[in-house]
Design a protein around this ligand. Structure first.
Ligand code: ADE
Length: 478
């Protein structure tokens, strides 16, 4: 029998809410501390009205049911500790993944080392063995949905697109016999939202099966090892066409061991993907030569993901806050008034050199090198002087964008998930950048004030780069 405290229903007043960890179309995830145990959690807050308006009740209920089924028997999943609700919102109290997600690590290091690629694919495969044994298909696996816990083990998250296969159909789904029209891709399109990892059978609207997750595994293996997604394009339509035609390539320097694995997973016919015909565990994946050095019964400790000795960022909840999540607290957290964050350990600033101090030769050399940058296609052949992920805030919402400051001058921003250009902050001699602290900064244009947050804590560097570029182009004007 659990202690009385554990059986009592929870509410927001049991938690002190800290910073926003992430935002989806229907939810916001906050860091929060349980006032009874002092344990940190990620609390996913879902607006009921929004869910009802968008007819997503079923998806939210399914997510809760999946998390309930998964329980805590397998270490590779985010765990659901509690759920509760008030008149406006649903709350999911989840494990807090302290070390962010796999996508951020790929972006930070351009790709993962072979050792990390092998290790984290192995953890993902073990997770998929468990998930599929419970008759659940994730259907939205991608590096963003693979989080790292405090010990750098993977936690698979976001089951909003998952499908629970009834046990009678489990065998058929495993072998992809049954045609599935119940959740055709297009109906779920707006909720799934990740074109690059969708399997061809989900696009063709005929079937989704456990092998759809194996397709995503192939895409993830490609991206971990090489830093880029196998299927990219300027629009979702182009990406879908490429997926359906299996139109992707490997560059010369793509790691060989991973290449064979990817080729055996990115197979149009779901039944022919490596592992798709396995019975209990994914023995054919386990036996692939890429994993031959692993002991599948004990993967051992994770390899170091980076040489950095200090963590870039630690989020902490200040002690002086009250429990609860009233509207005032919501807006305070969204506007990052908790900053300056005392626990952001900033990396050393780059040398005090102007970003525009470049010779013509340097510009040409850098432009040539830039052609391999996946964001090159968005900048109209202008030289990228600075780039980085910035949370662009609008009202209570915030969107992660890749900001690209270029000669021209231009300041483009791209949605890194759909890989589409979202816009540009217009340049003029009146542009002004102002840092509020290490993370938050504002850009003023004659018509608008932009609220921006650099989660890595380089707000001052962004402001300096913008001012340098302004002086470079407009310093003669008064
Ligand atoms: N962002 C979304 N979910 C999260 C979690 N469980 N932990 C940390 N960050 C998250």
């Amino acid at each position: 029998m659990p202690p009385a405290e554990e059986v009592r229903k929870r509410s927001t007043s049991d938690y002190i809410f800290g910073k926003v960890l992430g935002e989806g179309s229907f939810s916001t995830v906050y860091l929060a501390k349980d006032i009874h145990t002092n344990k940190e959690h990620a609390i996913k807050v879902v607006e009921k009205a929004h869910v009802i308006r968008e007819k997503k009740t079923e998806a939210i209920m399914r997510e809760k049911e999946v998390l309930r089924i998964l329980g805590n028997a397998c270490p590779y999943f985010v765990r659901l500790y509690w759920t509760f609700q008030d008149s406006d919102r649903l709350y999911f109290v989840l494990s807090y993944a302290k070390n962010g997600d796999v996508l951020s690590q790929i972006d930070k290091h351009t790709h993962l080392s072979i050792e990390c690629t092998r290790y984290y694919l192995a953890e993902l495969i073990l997770g998929l063995e468990y998930l599929h044994s419970k008759n659940i298909i994730h259907r939205d696996l991608k590096p963003e949905n693979l989080l790292f816990d405090e010990n750098w083990h993977i936690l698979i998250t976001d089951f909003g697109s998952a499908k629970i296969v009834s046990s009678e159909n489990g065998h058929e789904e495993r072998n992809n016999i049954r045609s599935e029209n119940k959740y055709p891709y297009r109906r779920r399109n707006s909720f799934v939202g990740t074109a690059q990892f969708v399997s061809p059978e989900m696009l063709a609207e005929t079937a989704s099966s456990f092998a759809s997750d194996l397709w995503a595994l192939g895409c993830i293996a490609y991206q971990m090892a090489y830093g880029q997604m196998p299927f990219t394009g300027g629009s979702e339509y182009i990406i879908f066409q490429k997926i359906l035609k299996l139109d992707y390539t490997f560059s010369e320097d793509f790691p060989r061991g991973v290449k064979d694995l990817v080729e055996q997973l990115l197979v149009l016919e779901p039944n022919n993907r490596l592992g798709a015909r396995d019975e209990r565990c994914y023995s054919s994946l386990r036996q692939h030569s890429f994993f031959s050095v692993l002991n599948w019964d004990d993967l051992g400790p994770p390899p170091k993901i980076s040489e950095d000795t200090v963590e870039d960022m630690v989020h902490e909840i200040p002690d002086d806050l009250e429990p609860g999540l009233d509207p005032e607290q919501v807006s305070r957290l969204h506007l990052s008034l908790l900053t300056p964050n005392p626990v952001v350990n900033r990396k050393k600033s780059p040398p005090n050199r102007k970003i525009t101090d470049l010779t013509d030769t340097e510009i040409q050399q850098r432009l040539e090198a830039q052609k391999t940058n996946i964001y090159h296609s968005f900048v109209e052949d202008n030289l990228i002087l600075k780039q980085g992920f910035i949370d662009k805030k609008k009202g209570l919402f915030s969107r992660k964008r890749m900001f690209l400051l270029t000669l021209g001058p231009h300041l483009y921003y791209v949605d890194p998930v759909t890989m589409t250009l979202k816009g540009e902050i217009p340049w003029s001699s009146d542009i002004k950048a102002e840092a509020k602290n290490f993370k938050t900064f504002f850009i003023y244009t004659p018509n608008r004030k932009y609220y921006l947050e650099d989660p890595e804590g380089y707000a001052l560097e962004w402001c300096k780069a913008i001012e340098d570029l302004k002086n470079y182009y407009f310093s003669d004007e008064t």
